[in-house]
Ligand binder design. Structure first.
Ligand SMILES: C[S@@+](CC[C@H](N)C(=O)[O-])C[C@H]1O[C@@H](n2cnc3c(N)ncnc32)[C@H](O)[C@@H]1O
Length: 309
């Protein structure tokens, strides 16, 4: 199969080892995370844990925030603050940050289906952008699936950006063993940036991919940015959550599992934004309070059992 050595170099990343977050940029995230994790683990603090998180449960992906679980990126040491020291606003922002740092990716089959399915809508030439590009799998697959397009990935976390760079280098090495000119051509089209997606330049994008499954609270802000900055006619796909901004015309909805395990939404940027009404504030994800509390209490019990308590 064409590109087979390069495709083999696009490895899966769901199980990658997460390092401890020690970047100064995440100092506050770590502080609050440690206080929350201590409250989760300490029986006397658990009612407070529930009471503080309950009003913000729509910001939590699942029941217990990912960052305070085993696979989270918090250091092992004790907290310097207690949960009582953390304001409600800071706690809400922490939950948004925690959700967006969760890593997930499509399987290679899902990505192949995604690019095949979108082919009828795509121009021959243009610019593909993955906002929140993680370990670079989508960008690398796009570089092979969309030979006429430049492909850019924008990732916030330095370690993920570095892993993506190493993976891309591996793919290009595999290409070079077959055809040096092809490797150079792909190299010239692909860019990986370490940047906040809200600061990324999307002004010439033809297709923006967002694996938005953990971005529920960010969808309105993303919609605003893309509405302001995308050229007319640009395409956007999101996963799990729709883009409700009126600047976007829904083109298709690919229900699970036709393209992927979750719904994929396809939108087109409409004409002049000035003529459009403001986007409605949306609540995309609301967990039932009692069900959430029961799931958290079950997680307390599971944690205690694991500790042999
Ligand atoms: C669910 S993963 C998806 C990775 C990749 N797009 C894929 O589908 O394989 C979401 C990624 O977005 C990144 N992310 C979250 N907030 C971001 C931001 N503000 N700017 C850039 N990347 C961000 C996370 O670090 C994570 O790697």
């Amino acid at each position: 199969m064409q590109h087979s050595a390069m495709r083999q170099a696009i490895t899966n990343g769901e199980q990658h080892l997460r390092p401890v977050l020690d970047d100064a940029q995440f100092a506050r995230y770590v502080d609050i995370g440690l206080a929350l994790r201590q409250a989760f683990r300490t029986p006397a603090l658990r009612d407070d844990f529930i009471a503080r998180l309950q009003p913000h449960r729509r910001l939590i992906i699942g029941s217990v925030p990912a960052g305070i679980q085993q696979h989270g990126m918090l250091p092992a040491h004790a907290p310097t603050h207690s949960l009582a020291d953390i304001s409600d606003a800071d706690l809400a922002q922490w939950l948004v940050d925690d959700g967006r740092l969760i890593y997930g990716e499509f399987t290679q089959q899902e990505l192949d289906r995604y690019f095949e399915t979108l082919a009828p809508w795509l121009p021959a030439h243009g610019h593909f952008i993955d906002l929140g590009s993680g370990l670079g799998k989508v960008v690398m697959t796009a570089a092979l699936a969309l030979p006429g397009m430049r492909c850019t990935g924008v990732e916030l976390l330095e370690y993920r950006h570095r892993m993506a760079q190493a993976r891309l280098a591996g793919m290009l090495d595999a290409a070079r063993t077959q055809d040096a000119a092809m490797a150079d051509e792909i190299d010239a089209r692909v860019r990986l940036l370490q940047q906040d997606m809200f600061e990324a330049d999307v002004s010439d994008a033809s297709l923006v991919f967002i694996y938005s499954t953990c971005f529920a609270p960010l969808m309105d802000r993303l919609g605003e940015k893309l509405a302001r900055e995308l050229p007319q006619g640009a395409l956007v796909t999101t996963t799990t959550f729709p883009l409700l901004h009126p600047a976007f015309e829904p083109v298709q909805q690919f229900a699970a599992p036709s393209v992927a395990w979750t719904t994929v939404f396809l939108y087109r940027r409409r004409g002049a934004l000035e003529a459009l009404p403001p986007a409605p504030a949306s609540y995309l994800y609301e967990q039932d309070g009692a069900a959430w509390e029961a799931a958290v209490r079950a997680a307390f019990a599971a944690y205690d059992a694991e500790q042999g308590a």
